[in-house]
Design a protein around this ligand. Sequence first.
Ligand SMILES: *Cc1c(COP(=O)(O)O)cnc(C)c1O
Length: 405
Amino acid sequence: MTKNGKKESFYTGLQESLETLREQGIFKQERVLASRQGSMVVCDDGRELINLCANNYLGLSGDESVVKAAVVATEQFGYGLSSVRFICGTQTVHKQLEKALAEFLGMEDAILYAAAFDANGGVFEPLFDESDAIISDALNHASIIDGIRLSKAARYRYAHNDMADLELQLQAASDRRHKVIVSDGVFSMDGTIAQLDKICDLADRYGALVMIDECHASGFMGATGRGTHEHHGVMGRIDIITGTLGKALGGAMGGFTAARCEVIDMLRQKSRPYLFSNSLAPAIAGTSLEVLRRLSVSTELRDRLHANTAYFRAAIRDLGFTIKPGTHPVVPVMIFDAPLAQKFARRLYELGVLATGFFYPVVPMGQARVRVQLSAAHSREQLDTALAAFAQAGRELGLVDLLGK
Ligand SMILES: *Cc1c(COP(=O)(O)O)cnc(C)c1O
């Protein structure tokens, strides 16, 4: 092969791989919005849709007061820092946000990242080495898996949410210097809430640390929205919390790790995504601070979200749909068959509802679903309109026979 032919074969290889993805029906098409994120969105084709697939749990992404806070912070602190934190990229607003996050979560200190993906990517390698063990739930988020790969620690995996297997892995790791159990606080595909009370008990018994990723929990899980640790009554027993500013807490971007001071101090010294990546934009830092203030004085948004969740979960079941049981605003409406789930999501779109179909390999084979995510911003009218669309599409595709309704 000529040198040029070799180079060209790189591109034809990619073309073939992309074609295979298309043939397998797993090529991801991006929906283009022409509006702010919200309970209603406008697509680039002009269609107005009820949005049931954003991580906009508290409805803050397009909220007017949140947008104003971003403008105010930008006016005061500028557009960006053009620096990493340790050179000249730390402003008062970053320090205030770190303090406020730590307080909100009930931890000693916190450190900011450009994304939760970076927080998880940069948390293990500085804290654990080949003498240590990381014991991870099999369904943990991709960023946790990548973060673990970047560390030299021994890896142990326990079957998803399986406390007996977790205990076996703790025993298997008994000769390691330090052990840390790692779990998503809430698993986003099923809305499953990790059994943190049991995890903390096991950790105590085996002298292990506990780390949770609170991306689908911070701001609304627990009585005052602190997260899964509050929900399970284990605040003060979690060693490391990672989370995002890009979901419930405003939805822009940014991540954090919260822990004891010595952990955070070490991450500031050694965590590579912190050391070698730009500071969080001041607009995000200032706005997140406002959001935390708002959530600390009132649980109104969190309460509305949970009321909407309870309402939708009961109503969709009454329509005859099968959902994964639970209480989280992630509601998996089970269709089981992958092509049918796609068809169903497409029909919902035509009926004015934006919801995403998920199928293998994102979820297990035969577990295809349309995943609904509730928001505090949804009105009852919007939820009723969406439910009517589910009923119609379900009837048309023979998914439900609608006794009574
Ligand atoms: C979304 C998500 C992340 C990544 O968060 P970003 O801030 O968008 O990088 C990490 N972990 C979990 C569990 C998530 O759901």
